[in-house]
Design a protein around this ligand. Structure first.
Ligand SMILES: [Zn+2]
Length: 132
């Protein structure tokens, strides 16, 4: 079975020293960080951004187990929001069952299958995994 990776323009991460680092943007006008990227800054209306690393670990802000989903997703699975610093909140799948999680634990992005294409191939993306 072959594996697809999201197109580079849609790939908001990079590998650095064996770790996955989330990549977002920073407003050049006021310094606010965004993930995913935006066209206009909601703080200063600026439209100039530079790419920047958001981080390689964050804190689990909230999570929920999904039992009903489109066919492309294997249920049940867990989604959640992860805080990177105090200004960036990232949505994504969590690579654990809800019973294994607690709020505020440290998680890090890893690459894994997030869904299947209709032809059965896998789509790789970031998921969050408990640290340690
Ligand atoms: Zn701004």
């Amino acid at each position: 079975m072959s594996t697809d990776t999201l197109h580079p323009a849609q790939q908001p991460w990079r590998e650095k020293g064996g770790q996955i680092v989330m990549v977002g943007t920073q407003c050049e006008g006021c310094g606010k960080r965004f993930f995913p990227s935006v066209a206009f800054c909601d703080q200063c209306d600026g439209d100039a951004f530079k790419t920047m690393d958001i981080g390689s670990h964050g804190k689990l802000y909230s999570y929920s187990e999904i039992h009903v989903a489109p066919k492309a997703f294997e249920t049940p699975y867990v989604v959640g929001y992860v805080d990177f610093g105090d200004d960036v909140r990232v949505f994504g799948q969590i690579a654990h069952q809800a019973a294994e999680l607690e709020l505020d634990i440290t998680v890090r992005p890893v690459l894994g299958t997030i869904r299947k294409n209709p032809d059965g191939t896998s789509v790789t993306g970031y998921r969050f995994c408990k640290e340690g």
